[in-house]
Design a protein around this ligand. Structure first.
Ligand SMILES: Nc1ncnc2c1ncn2[C@@H]1O[C@H](COP(=O)(O)OP(=O)(O)OP(=O)(O)O)[C@@H](O)[C@H]1O
Ligand SMILES: [Mg+2]
Length: 246
């Protein structure tokens, strides 16, 4: 599996006036990569992710997955949104299995798979609870599991942990790495948090503003499990912070 972004441009206009422009993006993503899109607010991270998801049209250039142009959304690309996006009127199990293609697999099979995933993130006893009965971290886990049960090739995640406190954030980051290692998915993960990017990603795409663009792709070879207080970790974090500030 490869995703190739070539000479991509995207502009938003309001009353014929250009309000945002993403310029000349080139990026290659390979199977099982963990990629972070990192940059300040408004640098176009969500826009780039939505373009890869096929939720937004490109102006020029192309996004090619396995030799084919991405022209719209697909189940092979699962999206986890910036805000919690569970259905409040459905319980956890129904949220997770909502919209699964019942044509291909039996309902029992989908439920069985959903339960295995829920258990893997410690949510086995929450199946009958509703979103308002869960903490933010639990809701976000359910949202991640919901995208995983569809068995996408690529997980597109838009700042899924940004609303959490630091402890929960760290816990879910570790869980995310476990899930990624076990399922061997390709992950494209948006964040504005340098620490999060260094902890999670193999490839950190550093983005800048005015116009929005890719500054550099930093290949993060830090061995796993990663220790946030190690000298190497802190060095990489400093280096990336400097590049972003320039
Ligand atoms: N549909 C749209 N129409 C007009 N402008 C838009 C649209 N979508 C996004 N924008 C603008 O594009 C810019 C980039 O937005 P985007 O959401 O991609 O940034 P971001 O890097 O994800 O920021 P944040 O970290 O705050 O989520 C913003 O200035 C935003 O107002
Ligand atoms: Mg965003």
């Amino acid at each position: 599996m490869t995703v190739e972004i070539k000479n991509l441009n995207k502009t938003f206009k309001t009353n014929e006036k250009e309000v945002f422009s993403l310029r000349n993006v080139n990026l290659k993503i390979e199977s099982k990569d963990f990629v972070c899109l990192l940059g300040p607010s408004g640098c176009g991270k969500t826009t780039l992710l939505r373009l890869i998801a096929g939720l937004e049209k490109i102006d020029s250039g192309e996004i090619i997955k396995d030799g084919e142009l991405i022209i719209g959304p697909s189940k092979e690309r699962g999206f986890v949104f910036q805000q919690y996006s569970l259905f409040p009127w459905l319980n956890v199990l129904d949220n997770v299995t909502f919209g699964l293609d019942i044509g291909k697999e039996s309902k029992e099979e989908n439920i069985r798979r959903a339960k295995i995933y829920l258990k893997s993130v410690g949510l086995e006893n929450t199946e009958n609870l509703y979103p308002h009965e869960l903490s933010g971290g639990m809701q976000q886990r359910v949202a991640i599991i919901r995208s995983l049960v569809n068995n996408p090739e690529i997980l597109l995640m838009d700042e899924p942990f940004s609303a959490l406190d630091m402890q929960n954030k760290h816990k879910l980051q570790e869980e995310m790495i476990r899930i990624w290692q076990k399922t061997e998915k390709t992950v494209i993960f948006v964040t504005h948090d340098v620490n999060e990017a260094v902890f999670l990603a193999d490839h950190i795409v550093l983005m800048g503003k005015n116009p929005a663009h890719i500054k550099e792709v930093y290949n993060n070879n830090l061995s796993r499990p990663r220790k946030r207080n190690s000298e190497e970790f802190i060095n990489i974090q400093d280096k990336i912070t400097k590049i972003l500030e320039n």
